[in-house]
Design a protein around this ligand. Structure first.
Ligand code: TXA
Ligand code: MG
Length: 326
């Protein structure tokens, strides 16, 4: 098992031990407001290689580089006016902006999978402090085995990767619960949504003063290589838009809805948000998928979730969890 340090009770120790392990070129699991990340020095090729190996992640899938603030981000990437406005409005927070890398930025090509762009995010809270102390960008995908559900607690990380990593920093449950929203300003000035996430599209559109363009193709793989169709996959199969429950299924519902036919025979019943709050549902989503999975059900039935606000990210993750497995 990995060493665990609680960042609330032992903040200084957490900063020192994490900085030391990062400095030696090893990954550390860190809390962010979205999900737990597996962080390593983005300028160190050995450290980045260890991220890919620990996760079993394909190397053509670039990593998000986390910065302590906008000023640090500007040392590594070039900002157009719109990206700058979005950064000022939403950082620190659950927004990743894909930007052109500066020449000789120092970010290793293994972190960006050789692209000329880099996805940058400034996380809230402790992760930002750690980056400030470490004074180098941290490449950090979600701290889970590739293709599995992202972790929203230190114990999720431990269950999946505890044998493979040295340190997990524990900050309790991740508040947002789904990964950051990823956007990119195209050369013609249009704004593209590469991945819906913890910042609602409508909030971005309000600041940008324009609509987000969705992916051109049915397969977002071309835009964000990591967005493979089957992802966030629990062991059980996932059935969406459920209006009834088959015997032995687990049920994940949303809102104060009437009991579904067959739900008395469900293995377990979980409600993402009884009051119909999409932010609460996002916070609970990955943990409830794991709970439903561990109930022993072979299938998880999920009721309809509205598509507005954080519903877009929730439905995106559920669609990937339900996608045919390769
Ligand atoms: O909330 C989050 O974003 C979390 C926390 C830890 O910060 N991180 C996260 O990382 O979700 P990951 O590796 O699971 O997802 C990163 C996504 C992938 O889909 C990848 O393809 C895309 O970001 N990405 C990274 N750099 C990119 C680039 N230069 N161009 C296009 N997509 C990029
Ligand atoms: Mg991930």
């Amino acid at each position: 098992m990995a060493r665990h340090i609680n960042i609330h009770t032992h903040p200084q120790e957490a900063l020192e031990v994490a900085s030391s392990i990062l400095g030696d070129g090893y990954p550390v699991a860190i809390p962010t407001e979205t999900v737990y990340g597996l962080a390593a020095d983005a300028t160190n090729p050995a450290a980045i290689t260890r991220i890919y190996e620990t996760k079993g992640r394909p190397r053509f899938n670039p990593l998000i580089c986390h910065m302590s603030d906008l000023e640090m981000a500007q040392r590594y990437a070039r900002f157009d006016d719109l990206s700058l406005a979005l950064a000022k409005a939403f950082w620190p927070g659950p927004l990743t902006i894909v930007l052109p890398l500066k020449d000789n930025s120092g970010i290793h090509p293994l972190a960006t999978a050789g692209l000329e762009t880099v996805g940058i995010r400034v996380p809230q809270g402790f992760a930002g402090e750690l980056i400030k102390t470490f004074d180098r960008p941290l490449a950090a995908p979600s701290a889970n085995s590739s293709g599995k559900i992202s972790p929203t607690s230190a114990s999720h990380v431990e269950d999946d990767l505890g044998e493979k990593i040295k340190l997990v920093l524990d900050a309790g449950s991740a508040g947002v619960g789904v990964e950051s929203t990823i956007v990119k300003v195209e050369e013609d000035g249009s704004l593209r949504l590469l991945r819906p996430g913890g910042l609602a599209s409508q909030d971005i559109e309000r600041v940008a003063g324009k609509k987000l363009l969705r992916s051109r193709t049915a397969s977002p793989a071309i835009e964000a290589p990591g967005m493979l169709a089957s992802h966030y996959a629990p062991g059980a199969s996932v059935r969406l838009q459920a209006t009834s429950v088959d015997a032995g299924e687990a049920l994940i519902s949303f809102g104060d809805i009437a009991p579904l036919p067959g739900q008395d025979k469900a293995k377990t019943i979980l409600n993402l948000s009884l009051s119909g709050d999409l932010a609460e549902a996002a916070t609970n989503l990955f943990g409830y998928l794991k709970l439903a999975d561990s109930s022993g059900a072979a299938s998880i039935a999920v009721t309809a979730i509205p598509q507005h606000g954080l519903g877009e990210a929730i439905n995106d993750r559920l669609a990937r969890a339900a996608a045919p497995r390769s």
